[in-house]
Design a protein around this ligand. Structure first.
Ligand code: URA
Length: 200
């Protein structure tokens, strides 16, 4: 069994948060174990909780279309969430839930070692670009410790707000050139508070 599958087994046993009681299935994440790009959303919704798979509801179908726009299939990337259990009534994740659950995401990143991490929405952005505003930093990237971090709006936000659709679609189209530039991008020397942002 791969280290990632072993990790999924560990995640399935986790009952650290109250919300674990209400889950149908835990949603650890899925995709290529050697993916170059890792997409990180917020939390499972109803569809994800039913199937135990990330981004399989309407936002997921839209994410599939966005991936197709850069000639990628979901099997070629890795898709995960900040938290692995569905918050009841799809409420926003609590700070305590993010605190408890982020160890799983950290281990997924260690195992997959992606070249690029794409944050989808505010919650995953906050983990990698703390204190930043999504309206300011979406579509911009930073390289730290050999990983390119890139912030995007959440696909569900674009589904609910037509005006964001063009923005998210344009931001997605920047990904291939960012990946190609990975080697030449200068490392940011500052701590996350003084981000060195790279516009493409
Ligand atoms: N929204 C998310 O953030 N993650 C999912 O898996 C589905 C919808």
């Amino acid at each position: 069994m791969s280290a990632l599958n072993e990790l999924y087994e560990e995640i399935a046993l986790c009952r650290q948060c109250e919300i674990a009681k209400y889950r149908t299935k835990v949603v650890p994440g899925e995709g290529a174990e050697d993916a170059d790009i890792m997409f990180i959303g917020e939390a499972p919704g109803w569809h994800e909780d039913q199937q135990g798979r990330p981004f399989v509801g309407p936002a997921g179908l839209y994410l599939d279309q966005l991936l197709a726009s850069i000639n990628l299939k979901r099997e070629q990337v890795y898709i995960a969430n900040v938290i692995k259990c569905r918050p009841p009534q799809n409420r926003e994740p609590l700070p305590s839930e993010i605190h408890n659950c982020c160890k799983w995401l950290e281990r997924q990143i260690e195992l997959i070692r992606p070249k690029m991490i794409v944050t989808l929405g505010r919650y995953s952005m906050e983990m990698f670009f703390p204190g930043k505003s999504i309206s300011k930093i979406h579509g911009t990237a930073q390289k730290r410790d050999n990983i390119i971090y890139y912030a995007m709006y959440h696909p569900a936000a674009a589904l609910h707000q037509q005006s964001l659709r063009q923005t998210i679609e344009a931001d997605m189209l920047k990904i291939p050139s960012l990946l190609a530039q990975a080697e030449s991008m200068t490392q940011a020397k500052e701590e996350p508070k003084q981000l060195n942002m790279f516009e493409v």
